[in-house]
Design a protein around this ligand. Structure first.
Ligand code: SF4
Length: 339
């Protein structure tokens, strides 16, 4: 059982499991970045796992912790080693150069390229080569109760994921039922999609190791859906990098910015190795959608909680944010710092 009955709680535990145990059933050889609710205009995935080259990911840090959007990526990826007029250095973007010039200024303001003016020309130089840090993208759809109707609703989306092949692998994560044959295996899901079942212990409030210290059991391995000509497909590479950059900047599972830790009812509960939000007013784990300023039970922290350092500097809301931010930084450090 997972906290509350909200899929959101399940999703957070899947993310935590992926951070500690990815890839299921084998040894980790890549650094891992886990992000939530990310995708393209057409499709948003519940959990995205980036498998990254460890040295490449460490080198990516030179460009800061924020994401590089598509315009910045265009500049940073093609910035030359020596000073050059930006129009000579960068490939034609397919849109007017004035937008590239604006991106060059933005990139320089962020310190991710250098720029100088020579006469009426703007020249650029890279601060470092943009590293080849992304190896694979894995998309995971979380469905704790994967019954026949949920499987039917999901099948079309998963087929689209397999055909679009933006990710290299597609999985469904569902809650283990303990049956000899997990029901998820009997549902009508695309055969290329992997199935992993996760088991949680409600009494202990802990994630139960099932197999080789792993909390996930692979019921069905996915096929790799990477197209055979992927290495020469620059457009696919560009789209994947944009997605990976979003995961890098916004990822690491952060939810403190989209929920209301400043509400007096907001609590964090430990669930195994994860910290999940809990709403004292509702007596259960709340969803991200519920936990907003529009929530009818929302009550700001009393001002006294924030004054005179009681009992936590800045009040519990700020304390929770600090705690989540620290955990996020710790995971980032673990995956990106190389000796
Ligand atoms: S009362 Fe509403 S805003 Fe406050 S913690 Fe609960 S769900 Fe979030």
């Amino acid at each position: 059982m997972y906290p509350g009955d909200a899929e959101f709680g399940f999703e957070l535990l899947v993310c935590r499991w992926a951070e500690t145990s990815w890839p299921p059933g084998s040894t980790r050889e890549s650094a891992v970045v886990v992000s939530r609710q990310l995708g393209t205009k057409r499709r948003r995935w519940d959990t995205v796992v980036l498998e990254c080259d460890p040295d490449g990911l460490a080198a990516r840090r030179q460009f800061g912790e924020r994401e590089l959007d598509s315009d910045l990526l265009h500049v940073v990826r093609h910035a030359p080693a020596e000073w050059e007029w930006y129009r000579n250095a960068l490939p034609h973007p397919g849109y007017p150069w004035r937008y590239v010039r604006a991106a060059v200024h933005r990139a320089a303001d962020r310190g991710v390229v250098e720029k100088r003016r020579q006469g009426n020309r703007i020249e650029i130089r890279r601060i470092a080569p943009y590293p080849d840090w992304l190896r694979r993208i894995v998309a995971i759809e979380n469905k704790p109760d994967l019954d026949a109707s949920a499987a039917r609703a999901l099948a079309g989306q998963l087929e689209h994921d397999v055909e679009a092949a933006l990710a290299d692998e597609v999985w469904v994560a569902t809650e283990a039922t303990g049956s000899r044959i997990e029901p998820a295996l009997l549902e009508d899901l695309p055969v290329d999609v992997g199935i992993v079942t996760l088991s949680f212990d409600a009494d202990a409030g802990a994630v139960v190791p099932i197999e080789n210290d792993s909390v996930g059991t692979v019921e069905w391995y996915p096929s790799e859906v990477t197209p055979p000509d992927a290495s020469g497909d620059e457009e696919r590479r560009r789209r994947r990098l944009e997605l990976a950059e979003r995961a890098y900047g916004r990822g690491w599972r952060s939810y403190h910015e989209t929920m209301r830790p400043d509400c007096r009812h907001f609590e964090l509960r430990r669930f195994g190795r994860a910290l999940v939000p809990h709403c004292a007013a509702n007596g259960r784990s709340q969803t991200a959608a519920e936990c907003a300023g529009s929530c009818p039970e929302f009550e700001p922290e009393p001002p006294a909680w924030r004054s005179r350092g009681w009992p936590i500097e800045g009040g519990p809301g700020k304390g929770i944010k600090r705690l989540l931010r620290r955990r996020r930084e710790r995971v980032r450090e673990r995956e990106t710092v190389r000796d």
